[in-house]
Each structure stands twice: as C-alpha cells, then as structure tokens.
Design a protein around this ligand. Structure first.
Ligand SMILES: [Zn+2]
Length: 48
C-alpha cells in the first residue's frame, strides 16, 4: 500500500518511488507536497 498521495495529481506514491528521487516530491508530476495516506478504517459492526 502506498503511504503517500500527491497533492496535485492524486496519484499514489510508494516508498520505492520516493527513494528513487532526491528529496521528497511526486515521481509522476514533480509536485512537492505529498499527503500521508491514512489506512482505511475498518469499522467493525456487530452483526446480529
Ligand atoms: Zn503528482
């Protein structure tokens, strides 16, 4: 699962993608603001 999302193109950025670049920026469009992607919260519903 990709830990970051680009602030402009909204594409997922993997750690591998970040490591291949000098500094932190989107490998797709070069935008430098990335958002941390939160893991989807699984709501546990009690099934009756
Ligand atoms: Zn981007």
């Amino acid at each position: 699962m990709a830990p970051y999302i680009c602030g402009r193109c909204q594409k997922e950025i993997t750690m591998k993608g970040l490591e291949s670049l000098p500094g932190v920026k989107c490998p797709h469009c070069g935008f430098r603001i990335l958002y941390k992607q939160r893991p989807p919260i699984v709501q546990k519903l009690k099934a009756r």
